[in-house]
Design a binder for this molecule. Structure first.
Ligand code: FRU
Length: 531
């Protein structure tokens, strides 16, 4: 071949590669983990200020840990498809919990199985001996899920393993003697959340065992002893318990420390499908004891929920938040197993909630876990407008041309009239968010909010019962291209719902009622995109 024909041949090959890569753009191809943000992040339904993976399937947030100015977020990830499959841990980091940089996949499936949900800690005392150069490692503890063993009929297909990193989570080694906790014969035995318990100077891991929570302790993250179980007789049991979290919190405006236990369950949620319940009590390093003042709320199958909407699941809190900060910062998966694999996004599936601060309130109504968006979100606010007090007896347009927004609206508590805030688009689609005084409920109705025929469980009205009195009704709404999060009454009642309108909702109005309603004050800001 002459030089000319070689060069022609190379050009033809190059063209062929280009054409085939263009074609594969319509369906997700292999993920390019360049370490930088990938893609335009402007596909239909793409969240603009919520975390979503660059491409392919994501479910639970995992291994959230803070180290040296970086918040790590790992997540259940299947890089070959937009539906669930052999699980990996995807990885991203942030300096402010708002802007994210995608990093290469951290953990790949191995001979013990898929890498299911778990957590990460900084072993700063190097109790594990897995550190390097006198520094303790970052250790991830996760569930190894063997689909082969599962298929063979064994019940022991879920075991707990560890992996460690000595370079700020950039590269990982699996521990050579995995698993570190072997399955005693319990079918659903997974989702490890590890904490360091200062009182007993031991590691404590909590994880789900079908219908209860199981607790083990260890001096070194490698050798574990079963110490107690919790929950068979408390809370909701209409599904499998998954993804627990256990952490201490200072009760708001007091010096009292209580322990909060989060416990996801699927199905069994208050509006169907997946949701996360919680318990308040004490923990001595071995045993979680429910607080007598909380016990009556979770007896006889009753449950209290972190979020009463349909789309907040498997949420847990960050480890290693510096004491000077002291917040319990929570992140959930913004979907529901009823339809997560069917939602109409194209090259990726799922997003996370906005990170939330969890606050434990004690009042005449007992202990209550409140959630509010983290204050770092304020940095995205722009074009802020305030609304003056007004008596509303006809529909009132409060926002236009604003598809990513934060709306804060305070009303005098109405006697009879339902307050409805309608988010809508130019296609005539809408989502109603409101407060119904007759039933003492907040609601989100996504029956007319765009695509819904992918699942019978998707449309309709979700309701959240409230069990407290307040003189005003306070909505804090976060609107993104495919979700709304409601933090009502200063975080006391929370609902999260995804939707698929086309184009995105960019307008908000307060809907006309028979009797007038009183707006006390309002504040509306656009939120800048993060990608
Ligand atoms: C919860 C869950 C976990 C499991 C993971 C698998 O959504 O089912 O229990 O570890 O997802 O992806």
């Amino acid at each position: 071949m002459t030089i000319k024909s070689i060069s022609l041949f190379i050009r033809i090959c190059f063209l062929a590669i280009l054409i085939s890569s263009c074609k594969s753009n319509s369906s997700p191809g292999p993920l390019l983990n360049s370490g930088k943000n990938i893609g335009p992040y402007n596909e239909p339904y793409r969240p603009q200020y919520h975390f979503s993976p660059p491409a392919h399937w994501m479910n639970d947030p995992n291994g959230m840990v803070y180290l040296d100015g970086e918040y790590h977020l790992f997540y259940q990830y299947y890089p070959d498809s937009t539906v669930w499959g052999p699980m990996h841990w995807g990885h991203a980091v942030s300096q402010d919990l708002i802007h994210w940089e995608h990093l290469p996949i951290a953990l790949y499936p191995d001979s013990l199985g898929y890498i299911f949900s778990g957590s990460a800690v900084i072993d700063s005392l190097n109790t594990s001996g897995l550190g390097d150069n006198g520094k303790g490692p970052m250790i991830a503890m996760y569930t190894s899920h063997s689909s082969e063993k599962e298929k063979s009929g064994s019940t022991q297909f879920e075991n707990q393993s560890i992996a460690y990193s000595n370079d700020r989570g950039r590269t990982w080694k699996k521990y050579k003697d995995n698993p570190v906790i072997s399955n005693p014969g319990i079918r659903d035995f997974r989702d490890t959340k590890v904490i360091w318990h200062e009182g007993t100077k031991k590691w404590v891991v909590v994880f789900a065992a079908t219908d209860h929570l199981t607790i083990y302790t260890s001096p070194d993250m490698k050798h574990w002893t079963h110490v107690s179980d919790f929950g068979k007789e408390y809370g909701n049991h209409k599904g499998v318990w998954e993804c627990p979290d256990l952490f201490p919190v200072l009760v708001e405006n007091s010096r009292e420390v209580k322990w909060v236990l989060l416990q996801s369950i699927n199905p069994g949620g208050p509006n169907g499908g997946s949701a996360t319940q919680y318990f308040v009590g004490d923990f001595d390093g071995k045993k979680f004891t429910i607080d007598p003042a909380f016990e009556n709320k979770v007896k006889h199958g009753n449950a209290v929920w972190v979020d009463q909407g349909k789309d907040n699941y498997a949420g847990v809190t960050w480890s290693g938040i510096p004491a000077s900060d002291g917040r319990s910062i929570f992140l959930g998966w913004m979907s529901n197993w009823q339809y997560a694999e069917k939602v109409p996004s194209t090259t990726w599936r799922s997003a996370n909630t906005i990170p939330r601060e969890l606050i434990l309130e004690k009042s005449t109504y007992g202990y209550r876990l409140k959630s509010l968006p983290i204050k770092e979100l304020d940095s995205l606010e722009t074009n802020t407008r305030t609304l003056p007090a007004a008596t509303i007896d006809t529909s009132l347009l409060i926002m236009e041309h604003n598809p990513t927004a934060r709306l804060e609206l305070t009303f005098k508590k109405p006697r009879l009239e339902t307050i409805t805030i309608r988010l809508s688009n130019t296609a005539g689609e809408y989502c109603d968010i409101g407060y119904d005084p007759a039933n003492q409920t907040y609601f989100i109705d996504r029956d007319h909010a765009g695509k819904k025929d992918f699942s019978n469980d998707f449309s309709g009205r979700q309701v959240a019962k409230i069990d407290y009195e307040s003189s005003d009704i306070k909505f804090l709404l976060l609107l993104d291209h495919a979700s709304v999060e409601l933090f009502a009454d200063r975080g006391r009642c929370v609902m999260t719902a995804i939707f698929f309108p086309s184009p995105p909702f960019d307008k908000a109005e307060i809907i006309k009622t028979n009797e007038s309603i009183a707006l006390i004050e309002g504040k509306i800001s656009a939120l800048k995109r993060i990608w």
